[in-house]
Design a protein around this ligand. Structure first.
Ligand SMILES: *[C@@H]1O[C@H](CO)[C@@H](O)[C@H](O)[C@H]1NC(C)=O
Ligand SMILES: *[C@@H]1O[C@H](CO)[C@@H](O)[C@H](O)[C@H]1NC(C)=O
Ligand SMILES: *[C@@H]1O[C@H](CO)[C@@H](O)[C@H](O)[C@H]1NC(C)=O
Ligand SMILES: *[C@@H]1O[C@H](CO)[C@@H](O)[C@H](O)[C@H]1NC(C)=O
Ligand SMILES: *[C@@H]1O[C@H](CO)[C@@H](O)[C@H](O)[C@H]1NC(C)=O
Length: 525
């Protein structure tokens, strides 16, 4: 494993991720927990093992253990959750973010504390666990994920902090330390407006647990909070009024005495001025992109579409007619319902435990699609895979072998796919393109319910499809004559709350030449 951690400056935004190109191997080797719920479950296990080993030694630890107990209860730590409860826990971005932050920041501090208190030897298992905490890149991805959820769904940070996600109130909230971590990250990315929003909500909270020992172990996050909040407000304020003044003002703020700071802070705390500040901070808004409107489910409903049973195509469908829902007629997009069974989903997840980490793909040094989901090629021969392939062949009459691979994807904290095309001129390496041709069609099975977010959006034609467990969506990427159809541009919105699993199959063009002289045969069925 090459070492490149020294290259890691503090969290600095996407620029940092790019500068990592030189040690990609290292990133890929390291867990990227934030990229999938599957990864987050692994991280939860690390934290549980860590806490459990200490709980087992509670007697020996005596009163030192009391701080840990208090900490665990303040972060909502619960022993012995069932797998289902764990999945639900990490499927919520607030829990997932908190988990990443506390294992990234706090766990190593607990480790150091107990090592020192207990001496070497007795707590060796903790040494292995502390090696497994999320690295800076992972932490940054999670922060970008939260930021993305906030921007794409136009959430108010006050709501997000309180556990209100796109209108749904959850019984959890971001902790004081989480809020400050978000503020710091935004500040370091020079987004002072958003930084001030996070700091503002943090300032309204108290440290949940002001236990002196706990502060000694974990540090006092309040120390710089007020200064940072005031600096962000000044910097943001001066960028909207007098851009050149910002550096100067900030400099003055850095110099300001504690007394001056306290005075400004008590002014800011006054409810009247807080309302003003809030207004200022939320006044300037970006215009939403069409993609974002799609993610929020705001496109106008299409009319003249039907849902029907399809049974005419072949023997298979005559025996078992399937529910087909038209999504769009031109270009043709449709969804089959109830075509992937729970037992199959169970097996495909079981076979995916060792999926590789997702990452942002690059072509020629620029990020072309930012996906940090985790994916794997389902390449092991298995009866279930053959059955699913055969079902696609029966449903669509495409020509491919039932032994072919399928791609499995699982999403994490705010992970998504930017709008992109599946055909090769978008810069992707399409396997066997010279022998098999470009990707004529894309087939996507939804292998989980996603309570909030995670839609598939076609922004060129204003179509949004929300995942429905067991359904299969398919569309064409090419025109009849093989030219790319730009209307096939699509993207995956970040999941707000949920564990999103999909199964993808791309259908290459050449083998369809005889069975599909032109695709109108299919679309006119
Ligand atoms: C797939 O095959 C590889 C190699 O034989 C094996 O290590 C792996 O466990 C298999 N995966 C599943 C899910 O069976
Ligand atoms: C990538 O860069 C190379 C040379 O720098 C160029 O030949 C190639 O066309 C580029 N590919 C894309 C997809 O832009
Ligand atoms: C696709 O390419 C791989 C090697 O790159 C080869 O092993 C495989 O046989 C090819 N498949 C087809 C259908 O041509
Ligand atoms: C899609 O919706 C946007 C507004 O959200 C509208 O401006 C645009 O014309 C629509 N495009 C299509 C193809 O309907
Ligand atoms: C199906 O695809 C294979 C190549 O993958 C090709 O040899 C065969 O002719 C195709 N069958 C039909 C009916 O088009």
């Amino acid at each position: 494993m090459r070492k490149c951690h020294s290259l890691l400056p503090v969290l600095l935004g996407f620029a940092v991720l790019r500068s990592f190109v030189g040690c990609v191997d290292d990133i890929e080797e390291k867990e990227r927990y934030s990229s999938s719920t599957l990864g987050l479950l692994k991280l939860l296990k690390v934290e549980e093992k860590f806490a459990d080993s200490l709980i087992n030694k509670a007697d020996q630890l005596g009163e030192k253990f009391e701080s840990l107990r208090m900490y665990l209860s303040s972060v909502g730590y619960e022993l012995h959750r069932s797998l289902n409860e764990k999945v639900q826990y990490v499927s919520n971005p607030i829990n997932a973010f908190s988990l990443l932050r506390r294992t990234h920041e706090d766990l190593p501090k607990w480790h150091a504390y107990f090592k020192e208190a207990m001496g070497e030897g007795d707590l060796n298992i903790l040494d292995d666990l502390v090696e497994k905490v999320p690295n800076d890149v992972d932490m940054l991805s999670a922060m970008h994920g939260i930021q993305r959820i906030e921007k794409i769904y136009d959430l108010k940070i006050d709501d997000l902090a309180q556990g209100v996600l796109h209108g749904v109130q959850y019984n959890i909230q971001l902790t004081y330390r989480d809020l400050i971590a978000m503020g710091n990250s935004m500040y370091q990315q020079s987004d002072y407006q958003t930084a001030a929003k996070w700091y503002r909500v943090a300032c309204k909270r108290e440290l949940e647990n002001a236990d002196q020992l706990l502060i000694e172990i974990l540090g006092d996050p309040s120390e710089h909070l007020h200064r940072q909040y005031i600096k962000s407000l000044f910097k943001y304020g001066s960028t909207i009024s007098e851009p050149t003044k910002s550096i100067e003002e900030a400099f003055i703020m850095v110099q300001a005495s504690q007394e001056e700071m306290d005075n400004i802070m008590s002014d800011l705390r006054d409810p009247h001025s807080d309302v003003e500040v809030e207004k200022e901070l939320y006044q300037v808004k970006r215009r939403s992109s069409n993609f974002e409107l799609g993610c929020r489910g705001l496109y106008r409903q299409k009319t003249n579409l039907v849902c029907r049973y399809k049974s005419t195509a072949n023997t298979f469908l005559r025996l078992a007619p399937l529910k087909l829902e038209e999504i769009s007629l031109d270009p043709f997009i449709a969804m089959y319902h109830e075509v992937l069974y729970d037992s199959e989903i169970h097996e495909l997840k079981g076979q995916s435990m060792n999926m590789v980490n997702g990452y942002a793909s690059e072509r020629n040094g620029t990020e072309i699609r930012d996906t940090v989901a985790r994916y794997d090629w389902w390449s092991n021969t298995s009866l279930v895979r053959e059955r699913i392939n055969q079902r696609i062949i029966d449903m669509t009459e495409f020509n491919f072998s039932k032994d072919e691979k399928l791609q499995i994807t699982n999403y994490g904290v705010g992970t998504y796919f930017q709008p992109h095309f599946d055909y090769s001129s978008d810069g992707f390496e399409t396997p066997n393109i010279t022998t098999l041709g470009d990707r004529l069609a894309s087939i996507l099975f939804y292998a989980s319910e996603v309570p909030q977010g995670g839609a598939t959006v076609f922004p060129e034609i204003n179509v949004t499809v929300f995942p429905q467990k067991g359904s299969m969506l398919y569309w064409f990427n090419l025109h009849d004559d093989g030219r790319p159809d730009i209307r096939s541009k699509h993207s995956v919105c970040p999941v707000i709350n949920g564990d999103r699993w999909t199964l993808t199959k791309w259908v290459p063009m050449f083998p369809q030449m005889f069975s599909f002289p032109c695709k109108s045969k299919l679309t006119q069925l």
